[in-house]
Write a protein that binds this ligand. Sequence first.
Ligand SMILES: C=C(O[C@@H]1C=C(C(=O)O)C=C[C@H]1O)C(=O)O
Length: 358
Amino acid sequence: MGGFLLAQSDRVLRTSGVRERFADVDAAAAAVRSGRIPLLVGAIAFDPSRPAALHAPESWDFDSAALPVGDLPEVRLVGQTPSPAEHVARVTRLVKLLGEGELRKVVAARSVQLAADAPIDPELLVAELVRRHPSSNGYAVELTGAGEQHDGAHLVGSSPELLVSKRGSTLTMRPLAGTAPRRPDPAADRDEADQLLASAKNREEHSYVIEWIRDQLSPVCSELTVPDGPALISTPEVWHLATSISAVLRDPATTALDVAVLLHPTPALCGTPTELAMKTITDIEGDRGFYGGAVGWCDERGDGDWIVAIRCAEVAADGRTATAYAGGGIVVASDPDAELDETTTKLRTLLGALNVTI
Ligand SMILES: C=C(O[C@@H]1C=C(C(=O)O)C=C[C@H]1O)C(=O)O
């Protein structure tokens, strides 16, 4: 496919051609600020110190036509990293660590490996995700330039989580944290939602994210509007606690990419305190690549949208293999078996589009 595609509920941005690539986020941010490039698109890795996959496209269309329709190949689940039992053991160890002191929240993730009979076309996969999740943000991003292991690969997903959207000097954010499964029976489904909204454990997970956003934005914003408590949102697979935050930038020259860099990685994907959580995750899981990163665009006015890169898979350059990821926030009150189930439910967003059951 090449390029970049972001399908939001009100429009589809599609780019083609590459004018300049940036593995360094600061260099990309400086190029946008200088007005040297009219549009920047791409992905930032989970670990912000690792290479990004950002580029200035040759051409783009913010109102791209309908997404393509076509058959995806047969796909099989061929591995799980770590095994489900090891994920439970890891969460058990993390809960103990959380009880001991400094770390207050950490996101534990796992991945599943997929093999396809014929190449998976990233654009057909994102189209299927958008069909199933019309109110989420569908994305397919080429990862070339972020290191050999990502060359020609694509990050493809459907994320309900907005890191930041900027128009003029106004910012909007919609962080998520706190999850419950959807149930087929409407009364049971409503019960899950009510319990989630009332859950002290889930509210605690959520509060770290809000606290972080407040702390990061306070120095650069003149107004910050945060509702008193979270609301519920749903996808076909899960309920989430969500908070819609708005803010006004003090310096209108601050770009959407600058704000994304300031906010990423939020405790929705990493933890609290951030550095200790990042070190803990890297020690346990190794490199997460672009899962848990941010995907988006920024134009020469500094406007842009950045989405949290979750409910996704990295599809290899030949399209024949893919790795899908899911995680969940762990606090001292977390139940390891429930956390495994939560990652399985989250994986179904991506796996469902490929007709893979888990
Ligand atoms: C980490 C993921 O999701 C994040 C973690 C959540 C949680 O812990 O409740 C909820 C939404 C996302 O911010 C994921 O989907 O992999």
